[in-house]
Write a protein that binds this ligand. Structure first.
Ligand SMILES: *Cc1c(COP(=O)(O)O)cnc(C)c1O
Length: 353
């Protein structure tokens, strides 16, 4: 229980869960019965409120609409065979949320509000966490600048909120990517490492151009030289050359992914050699030519691991081989085993709700 912040709960009169077709969910379109809202005003967090999911009232002059002070997190809850519900490494998301908050000049959210609020919300809507392969409840904590007024200065009022959406890991179709040689999603000294809404806004236009060319995503390269791979769309990037797994080191342009950290750990547990180091485009193309390039995949909470089928860089194109000893599928299975409590949780990643 929290001592300083009591959570007020206003329940829905009737749950809408009976109307939901859990076999046909579009990602991020359906929301559970309740949401959490907590206001920061006069230098303090007020008591969080859990109430029915629905529209919020804000004036058009609210600063979030003008200066983009907005951050978010993405995390998931899973149900096991015995109807226990777990969060996956939620502390990591709470810490990262506050790193994002700091960079965007927003107040940090205390652990008791973030963690206890999240657990209480998930517990209230626990029927929405379904058991089954690929099923989960996607949690979206976010914070926006809610002060009215268009003066360009940090807001003096914020809303921290959590909404939740039942998710099904559907097959996304083949993913082919363009390695960026012109656009960047993040700059040195910028906000690339923060989960800031604006980073996504900046990526949509280049991504649309890629889609027009028949590619689903962009591999972002470093902004200064475009010679080193940094992220795969909105996921972290892994490249397998021979039997070695490579991933880019974190820097201020790269989002420090929880899935990335988990994949590194599980790969090492399996005895796979992992190198965290800069990966050059030239090296990947050479490995492609010599046949040593085995896999490229992205990692992130929403899809866990997404294998990349082919890539284009300037005029060069390459198709990845189809493997029956893929690291991507092997590691993905191992993460799912932990999510659904099918194996021992050696690293203490599951947190019971
Ligand atoms: C959220 C995100 C990731 C993945 O982070 P996870 O903690 O694994 O979900 C990677 N890159 C970007 C740009 C992101 O926004």
């Amino acid at each position: 229980m929290t001592e300083t912040h009591e959570i007020v709960v206003e329940k829905v009169k009737e749950s809408k869960i009976g109307n939901i077709d859990f076999d046909n969910l579009t990602f991020g379109k359906t929301f559970t019965d309740h949401m959490l809202e907590c206001t920061w005003r006069n230098g303090n967090w007020e008591n969080p409120v859990i109430k029915p999911y629905g529209p919020i009232m804000m004036e058009p002059s609210a600063k979030v609409f003008h200066y983009g002070q907005a951050i978010f997190e993405g995390m998931k809850a899973f149900r096991d065979e015995d109807d226990n519900v777990f969060l996956f490494r939620p502390e990591d998301n709470w810490k990262r949320f506050n790193e994002s908050a700091k960079r965007l000049a927003m107040p940090e959210v205390p652990e008791e509000i973030f963690m206890y609020g999240l657990k209480k919300l998930v517990d209230l809507d626990r029927e929405w966490v379904r058991y089954g392969d690929g099923l989960s409840l996607y949690l979206r904590p976010f914070m926006i600048a809610s002060e009215n007024g268009v003066a360009a200065a940090p807001s003096t009022e914020y809303k921290f909120m959590v909404v939740m959406s039942p998710a099904f890991a559907y097959y996304r179709g083949d993913v082919r990517v363009i390695i960026a040689s012109q656009f960047s999603r993040a700059a040195d000294g910028g906000i690339g490492y923060a989960k800031a809404a604006g980073n996504y806004a900046a990526s949509f236009y280049p991504n649309n151009l890629a889609l027009e060319e028949g590619y689903q995503q962009i591999i972002w390269t470093d902004a200064a030289s475009h010679e080193y791979l940094e992220e795969a769309g909105t996921m972290n990037i892994f490249v397998r050359i021979g039997d070695k797994l490579l991933t880019a080191p974190n820097n201020d342009r790269i989002l420090n992914g929880v899935t990335r950290r988990s994949v590194i750990q599980l790969a090492q547990d399996k005895g796979i050699e992992v190198e965290v180091r800069k990966i050059s485009v030239a090296e990947v193309k050479e490995a492609a030519e010599s046949g040593e390039l085995k896999e490229i995949f992205g990692t992130g909470t929403a899809a866990v691991i997404v294998p990349i089928k082919g890539f284009k860089h300037e005029e060069y194109t390459h198709e990845l081989p189809v493997l029956n000893d893929s690291y991507a599928s092997d590691i993905k299975e191992s993460i799912k085993d932990i999510h659904y409590n099918r194996v021992e949780d050696k690293h203490g990643w599951r947190v019971k709700v």
